[in-house]
Design a protein around this ligand. Structure first.
Ligand SMILES: [Zn+2]
Ligand SMILES: [Zn+2]
Length: 1019
């Protein structure tokens, strides 16, 4: 006996039960044990930032894909690593703690104390990693929880030090003096790749100012510049013109590019090169720094004539291009603001103001002095800090950089060995590799990888490569170094290797992408001489994980990863930093295959923002739709398009899953009546006897074809193709096989039960990676419990082998189903419901379905089916008014009449000639029409005509079908079991007498009584 199924699955409840069952039975451990000697499939997890206290649905998407492919590979017998990773350092963590503590600047952090601040940061990681683990387990992700890697472990840090040592050895490391994007709130520069993250460029309104710079040697004349960053004006040192562009002088003496003002009159015109060298008074020469500058006009080819005035204000201390141009012309650099983006004291009345606070004052002062020509607002896309949303500024600073020039080609070569899915993401990586600048690795922050750089006055840059080396070279005793971290490490001074002087570490910490990029080395034991149990649990990671530090032989086995997967954004982030570090260390790519995917939006296609109230936390989704439904939603998504996630689509998915559920329930209910006991061996060899019926042979063929498609979809790493194939398969099982075979189940036909069981179980096995809970639940009911020798879990049963399907038979039934679908369409058009029998169907163009007239007749409830050319049809044409209206105008009505009256000629190329016009195929709708009393439907070369005329006999039969339907509905409403016999009460009158026996057999009535209204009661 099968355990009965409820009417519909309660996904959340069922999932919690299965989670507990897996845990009790140790199913995941058994699976790993079972595969321990299998071939290796190496997966490396990209770390999730441990700063949120709840799993987000974005994260759940990626985790689902990882889990689906790990489960699939496990079903195929692969030995795998299941190490989950947490990203634990950097601004994400720091900014969260600052908010919790109400700290608002770096000064406040330092006053708070770095040791305590570090403790709070670690505490965030501890709490977040617990919450994320809990959410991931609930999602159904099978990982080696408890052996996770944490990027703040000393081991991870030491591996990065080693990498930096090598980079230094090769001469790629340098201290750069340059202009860089800077977050004034976080007080640090950001790197190019950080600016590529989603949400960095936001629409923003800034002042739009037209400002006059008076020329020194030509009184009454001035240059007009345009700027949207008023705070940069006090740093102005030059004005740039395009040498070969024409400039004009207005009557007022103002110079602008003539191309920008084509309608204006100019009393003098000159080329830009004639203006070069002119000297002008700077707008803020009354403030200290500006007064010493000799402001002059310089040439610049790149001056834009698309916006502004064609004269560009240049402030090398406050703009990237300006800085480069300044180098070229040897211009002075005025740096007006400090790390916090506030004006230095030397800027007089501006001192202490932030760049935005200063804007108003600057505009006011310009107006007062008559320098301001026009002020407005300018809407543009402007970069913001990816972490704290503060608008960025440009500052000239000293940053540590890794030069990429020497390694660029090797990176491109390594990327060429990687298979990217979708392929365009690999091209994006190439573009990035070709165009990226040097890697800015230093951040002026606290909770991060301490850069092991100890510059010495003698010119030597000491780079420490390990904790042991640090302790050995320390110039004094080290008694307090719980972690390789600020503030403890800052107290350690070492001896310069060149001159023996004491030197100290630079205060900067490293870019977080170093932390994540080193993972394929630090977690796999690269160059580690001996396997160390729990050897990765060092520094801040101590007590949080029991992860081992394997030895180099282990690394050789597991590197490179066969597969990694993250969202597209990671091309320039994790995929890049991993690739860079791996190519530097080994010359090879760290992964063979990458599955990327696009962004998640809400179900209406909007970005998800907590301020808009449209974000969804995973626990909410677990409770309201269930993990399986979420996973289906993630997997149904082609990776090259944005996922529109929400509760709306979940309703549709539940409806689809109900079709599967109902099919299994049908098997369970009828199987129990028939006493059907499945045989596990039937899964291997399809359960077909010598004399198997065509429909059974078809279902076995259909199952095999589906298995082949499902396997291919997963091999191609395209889950949406698996979902589509599964959907169609379930529809075929439910809406073809079961519908066509009801009578046989009723008759307790063993073969029907066998092939249906076989099809459903194979379907369940293939969808198990996507729907682990539902699949496990159904496996228990239809396999593990009734079959003695079956594996206890669907995940211990391996992947089903697909035999070769009978393709000819499949094509045959496919055509039958196409004819039936057309028949339904024709019937719908005529307005007859399916219960109404009709006389005849004629099929034209069928080639394979000729032996299936009986099935087609039954499906469409027609009395005869003929395969022959349709007779008496005519061809009708109608104008496409949208196209022909504008083209023909007043001539249209005559053309329309001609088409309606059949006065047209069809040309061989699809065009139509009528009323002297030659019409393109898209300008006219040509369709065949059936003779009166017939309905016609066509698709491709297949056409059907359905006789839709009724006669009294047909109408009577229709009423009998209606009656049977009404009675069976009443049976269901009264909750009668499928096998319950009834007494049926029929209203008096009617002419149904000769159908009564048939009605009885269709409704399980043992007796018919006559009464005032239709009634059903249990006999
Ligand atoms: Zn910031
Ligand atoms: Zn030295």
């Amino acid at each position: 006996m099968f355990r009965p199924l409820t009417r519909a699955p309660d996904h959340p409840a069922l999932e919690l039960e299965i989670l507990e069952w897996w845990e009790e039975r140790g199913i995941f451990a058994k699976l790993r044990e079972q595969n321990a000697d299998g071939p290796i499939f190496s997966f490396v997890d990209g770390p999730v930032t441990a700063n949120r206290m709840v799993l987000g649905v974005h994260t759940a998407w990626g985790r689902t894909l990882k889990d689906v492919f790990q489960r699939y590979k496990a079903l195929r017998g692969y030995h795998q690593r299941y190490q989950n990773g947490f990203d634990c350092q950097g601004l994400w963590i720091e900014v969260g703690v600052e908010r919790e503590l109400g700290l608002n600047s770096k000064r406040e952090i330092e006053e708070y104390g770095l040791a305590e601040f570090a403790r709070r940061c670690r505490d965030v990681v501890v709490r977040s990693s617990r919450a994320l683990t809990e959410g991931s387990i609930r999602l159904g992700q099978w990982m080696d929880w408890g052996n996770d890697y944490f990027t703040f472990s000393d081991t991870n840090i030491e591996y990065i030090w080693r990498f930096l040592g090598l980079v230094h050895e090769r001469g790629w490391l340098y201290l750069g003096h340059r202009s860089t994007e800077w977050c004034p709130r976080c007080g640090t520069s950001l790197s190019q790749h950080e600016l590529t993250q989603a949400g960095v460029y936001q629409e923003r309104s800034d002042p739009s100012l037209y400002v006059r710079f008076p020329l020194l040697d030509r009184t009454e004349e001035s240059l007009v510049v345009w700027t949207t960053t008023p705070w940069t004006l006090p740093a102005n040192v030059a004005a740039a013109v395009k040498p070969d562009a024409e400039y004009g002088r207005r009557e007022s003496g103002e110079w602008v590019a003539t191309a920008r003002y084509p309608d204006e009159r100019f009393d003098r015109r000159a080329l830009g090169e004639e203006l070069v060298g002119l000297r002008y008074r700077g707008p803020f020469d009354d403030l200290g720094p500006g007064s010493e500058v000799d402001h002059r006009v310089i040439p610049w080819e790149d001056v834009s004539l698309e916006e502004g005035t064609g004269i560009v204000h240049i402030a090398p201390g406050a703009g990237q291009e300006d800085f480069e141009l300044g180098r070229l012309h040897d211009l002075p650099v005025l740096s007006p603001v400090d790390e916090a983006g506030r004006f230095y004291d030397s800027y007089g009345w501006l001192h202490g103001l932030s760049t935005s606070e200063a804007a108003d004052q600057i505009v006011g002062r310009l107006a007062e002095q008559g320098y301001l020509l026009e002020a407005g607002a300018y809407l543009h896309r402007y970069p913001h800090c990816w972490r704290c949303d503060t608008p960025l500024i440009w500052r000239v600073t000293d940053d540590w950089l890794i030069s990429v020039e020497e390694v660029r080609q090797s990176l491109l070569d390594a990327n060429a060995t990687v298979e990217w899915i979708p392929a365009y993401m690999g091209k994006r990586m190439d573009d990035w590799l070709r165009n990226m600048g040097d890697w800015n690795i230093s951040r002026r922050r606290y909770y991060g990888l301490p850069l092991p750089f100890y510059p010495c006055a003698c010119g030597q840059l000491n780079v420490v490569r390990s904790k042991a080396e640090l302790l050995e070279r320390a110039s004094g005793p080290v008694d307090d170094l719980p972690e390789l971290r600020r503030p403890w490490i800052d107290a350690i001074r070492i001896r310069c290797e060149a001159c023996e002087r004491d030197v100290e570490r630079i205060p900067e910490v490293g870019d977080v992408w170093l932390d994540a990029g080193i993972v394929p080395f630090s977690t796999l034991g690269w160059k580690n001489p001996e396997y160390e149990p729990e050897g990765y649990a060092t520094g801040a990671a101590k007590g949080l994980t029991a992860a081992d530090l394997p030895d180099h032989a282990y690394w050789e086995r597991w590197f490179p990863a066969d597969w990694v997967s993250e969202m597209r954004e990671q091309i320039r982030l994790w995929f890049y930093s991993q690739l860079f570090m791996s190519v530097a260390l080994t010359g090879r790519a760290p992964f063979r295959k990458v599955l990327g995917y696009e962004k998640m939006l809400d179900e209406k296609g909007r970005e998800m923002h907590s301020s808009w109230g449209n974000t969804i936390d995973a626990p909410d989704a677990f409770a309201r739709m269930g993990a399986d439904v979420m996973r289906w939603q993630f997997c149904a998504q082609p990776p090259d398009r944005n996922l529109l996630f929400g509760f709306g689509p979940a309703i549709e998915i539940k409806r689809k899953l109900l079709t599967l559920w109902n099919s299994v329930r049908f098997l369970v209910d009828y199987g129990n009546i028939a006493g059907f006991v499945p045989d596990y061996a039937d899964l291997e060899a399809a359960p077909l006897g010598e004399d198997a019926r065509p429909l059974d042979r078809w279902l076995v063929a259909r199952t095999r074809a589906y298995l082949a498609d499902a396997t291919q979809a997963l091999e191609d790493q395209l889950t949406h193709r698996l979902i589509e194939a599964f959907d169609e398969f379930v529809d075929d099982v439910s809406n073809w096989y079961i519908r066509r075979s009801r009578r046989r189940f009723w008759d307790e036909d063993e073969a029907a039960h066998q092939v249906l069981w076989h099809a459903l179980v194979q379907g369940i096995r293939t969808i198990a990676p996507v729907l682990p809970f539902l699949a496990e639940h159904l496996w228990q009911i239809v396999v593990a419990e009734p079959c003695e020798d079956a594996p206890e879990s669907v995940f211990l049963a391996g992947w089903p082998e697909a035999g070769e399907p009978d393709r000819a038979l499949l094509a045959e039934i496919q055509e039958v189903r196409a004819i039936v679908a057309l028949g339904h369409r024709a019937r719908d058009g005529a307005g007859h419901k399916l219960r109404q029998p009709l006389r005849a169907l004629v099929v034209e163009g069928a080639e394979l379905a000729l032996d299936h007239a009986g099935e087609i007749a039954e499906e469409l409830r027609v009395k005869s089916v003929a395969f022959e050319p349709l007779a008496g049809t005519s061809v009708r044409a109608k104008p496409n008014l949208k196209l022909l209206g504008p083209r023909l105008g007043a001539k249209l009505p005559r053309l329309r009449d001609a088409l309606a009256e059949g006065r047209f000629e069809r040309l061989p190329d699809g065009r139509v000639r009528a009323e002297g016009h030659e019409l393109q195929p898209e300008e006219v709708f040509v369709e065949r029409a059936a003779p009166d009393g017939w309905a016609l439907a066509e698709e491709g070369s297949l056409s059907v005509a359905l006789d839709v005329r009724l006669d009294p006999e047909l109408e009577l039969e229709g009423r009998v079908y209606d009656l049977v339907h009404a009675v069976n509905t009443m049976r269901k409403e009264q909750g009668l079991a499928i096998t319950d016999r009834i007494v049926l009460t029929l209203p008096d009158g009617g002419d149904l007498d000769r159908f009564l026996e048939w009605v009885k057999s269709e409704t399980l009535a043992v007796e018919i009584e006559h009464g005032s209204e239709l009634a059903v009661r249990k006999a």
